[in-house]
Design a protein. Structure first.
Lengths: 343, 343, 343
């Protein structure tokens, strides 16, 4: 088992879930998601308790779902409401498993472990995704790799130089020192570039001349989120690692939800507090970011295949990999604790 | 093992088998079928006893088959007749396994178990498929599901309302009571609708006004056949469950031959004793029936995948499923007896 | 294990390997090949020792290869030369495995076993592929079958009559006697056709009338090469099995390199000492030979699938199969010796 179970995972973008069911397998469990008339989200095992046909093939009736095969009708709490033959007495206790869901920061989150432990306060605080004065948009990709390979990828931005040489890669990134530290269950990798010339993207956002301080602060938040605080501020503004909202700032948001041991759902986006009324900027940036992440998908799927084709070889970690190494240690520790508790 | 072995299975429609070999895997065994000059059907293991190339790739010579690879020639009894080098003495006993076949009711049947037990009297009596005064036609589909899922499907016609809502489904079907009973190795599910208004299809066939009695009598016959006696008769004719040939009547014929544990060959058709000279009717009905069964294929393949994706869940049976439940009990009993006998 | 490991295998045609890496899995090991500036060939495990991304996706820099993911740079000896962060000290001993390669007879050969045993003198002597006065050309096919099925195929040319009935097959081939003998690790199957009428192909090559002696001498050379000495000479010239270069002569060259237990790389060609300045002949012959071998691929892949579908059946050997049988005995003996040595 490589997944943390008692945790919130992003199941979908809020706009992906509507009245018609959306099928998505989360941590090995087929689930389906739809909205009630009051827009609250229902998450249910994607298998009719009668003959296991995926409920996502069914028809929604009011807040209930009716299986396409024999017409068993289940309420949004998963409980059977009507048998295939209307007059038949509903079998007591007949139901599909449901899952605790929450909607926050533009995502639908699902708790895959023990229901009684689900606490919305444990949802990762992706505040830039929903704060006033911020704009957030992004996309979704299905990736055929272990979700931890994507965490490794994001916790070490040196790969940008090579994988993204045609887009965001810049040789200077390789020269700036990074520091990695752990705070509780979080891992923070910081790269602070003081008094440099701003690259074109940030120069355009900042809309003023002169040397800047630039930062990239990657933060791993269990079970599988990485948010990257990025931006620049004029040197004169005196930005520091502790406080750096003097210039232009954004957050790259990445949430990696395991589908199986060898595949994942990738939710990515960018939240920003500059040019927030420029809708064209949002669309252009999302297109560009989608292109960049497509480059990562090619690499990660090749890496996954190579791991299977070279079973005698092990992944090695260098200094640049400290972020990923620490994140995996935290995942391993939580998974192990979970297993011990169950045993 | 989920197959009955000492039994006749439909291997093909009669018109599917001709002088060129037809390859088809039956109950896990690759077989091939062709007709001798006198039109009798040969069934042989689809692997040359020399280097295992499928014999179905070979060339038929008279009643024999010559392997495409090295030219070993086998007679219709499977015995080697000529070695790759013509002058080489034929190896004594060299042969491909053959299977007992019979042709009846428009189908080619194969006995997959112990040859000495093959008895044509055991072929299911699908008399409407070959009786005088009856017309029979139908089709073939390959379906990626356990053959027992299709038996479940056919022994419970309540699914028509939902799966076939655009074609043959009718809400009234859900309201008519059904009875299930077992007679020896057969299961019979009866739905008798007395004094109702005939639906358009049957009204057209009957060609007269007034209330009718309508019936649907599903019968499971091992190892894996379901025939459904359907029709209507004017109320005044006094039809009964025991005797109901006063009006218009047909039989839906379904034979499910296992290919593997997770796939099957589906032979379906309709025999009727009305409008038998209307060739256009036959063609139109076959097209319609093909469309209806294609809807079942979508559902059954999704059900098969869902069973694999949800290994912790079990199929549940309600009242409507009694037909399928009884049929599976009979299959299980025969398979178990078979295994005990072998041990 | 069905492969001999301490042996030279053809990895590629010489012209397939250039400055950009070529990925090819040899005996189950993913490898990649490229040429140094001095044209010498490098063979390396196709997985970066850092995070296992295939090195064949990387960028060559001078004689070194830089991984596309994080930019680890490896020299042609596999040793790390530069870390992802340029200033980081190179981890001592960090390297990708390399393999001993040699270039001979127009092929790139790789030694997959213990390096210290690699001796170029052990490369099969395919002298017609590189001798003065000879022309050699051919092609490559990926085949989804156990490499030993192709050896069986080539060591028994009676299959030509059936598989290649539309091209090179001739019934007379079936009538000429063959002899099989073993010389050390080699198997030689000889078919000598004395005083026959030359077929059109050889008549055209010989450019004179009258009866000829014709020969086909198949030779298996471990680990998995078959070369076939073919040609005709006027009867008056007195050709013998021992000495037969009086007429026109060619060698069909076949090298079967295992990719996995169920797939192989097929390198095939024809070396000839007649019409050597006729470039058109070379092209036409290569096209024809490619077509003939494509017929074999269809048969061998069907045979491989049939072996898996009929696990209860075994390959049988007749007289015509003696060449293949002896070749497999030699392979088995060497593999067994190898395993005993390791144990």
């Amino acid at each position: 088992m490589t997944f943390i179970r008692n945790a919130w995972y992003v199941a979908a973008w809020d706009q992906e879930v509507d009245r018609s069911p959306l099928a998505r397998t989360i941590c090995g469990t087929p689930m389906m998601f739809y909205r009630r008339l009051d827009r609250r989200v229902v998450a249910m095992r994607d298998a009719c308790p009668h003959r296991l046909l995926p409920l996502s093939m069914g028809i929604r009736e009011g807040d209930s779902i009716r299986c396409l095969y024999h017409g068993l009708k289940l309420g949004p709490n998963g409980m059977a409401e009507e048998m295939p033959l209307k007059d038949d007495r509903v079998v007591p206790g007949l139901c599909a498993e449901t899952y605790v869901v929450a909607e926050k920061h533009r995502f639908v989150w699902v708790w895959v472990g023990e229901k009684e432990r689900a606490d919305e306060a444990l949802i990762p605080d992706l505040w830039p995704c929903s704060a006033e004065g911020w704009v957030f948009d992004g996309g979704y990709s299905h990736v055929k790799c272990d979700y931890r390979l994507m965490i490794d990828n994001l916790m070490d931005l040196t790969h940008e130089t090579h994988v993204h040489s045609g887009s965001i890669g810049q040789p200077e990134l390789m020269e700036a020192p990074i520091t990695t530290h752990v705070e509780g269950d979080r891992v923070i990798v910081t790269r602070w570039m003081a008094g440099i010339d701003a690259p074109p993207f940030w120069r355009g956002a900042l809309k003023q001349e002169g040397p800047v301080d630039r930062w990239q602060i990657c933060q791993f938040i269990p079970p599988s989120n990485v948010i990257i605080d990025v931006g620049v501020a004029p040197v004169a503004a005196g930005a520091t690692i502790e406080k750096h909202d003097q210039g232009v700032r954004g957050f790259v948001i990445d949430s990696m939800t395991p589908e199986s041991e060898g595949s994942m759902h990738y939710f990515w986006g960018m939240a920003r507090s500059f040019d927030i009324d420029d809708v064209g900027f949002t669309g252009r940036f999302k297109r560009q970011q989608g292109g960049v992440f497509a480059e990562d998908v090619v690499v990660l799927e090749a890496q996954q295949r190579s791991m299977l084709a070279n079973p005698d070889l092990k992944l090695r970690a260098f200094n640049i990999d400290q972020g990923g190494v620490r994140a995996r240690q935290i995942i391993d520790r939580i998974v192990r604790a979970q297993m011990e508790e169950q045993a």
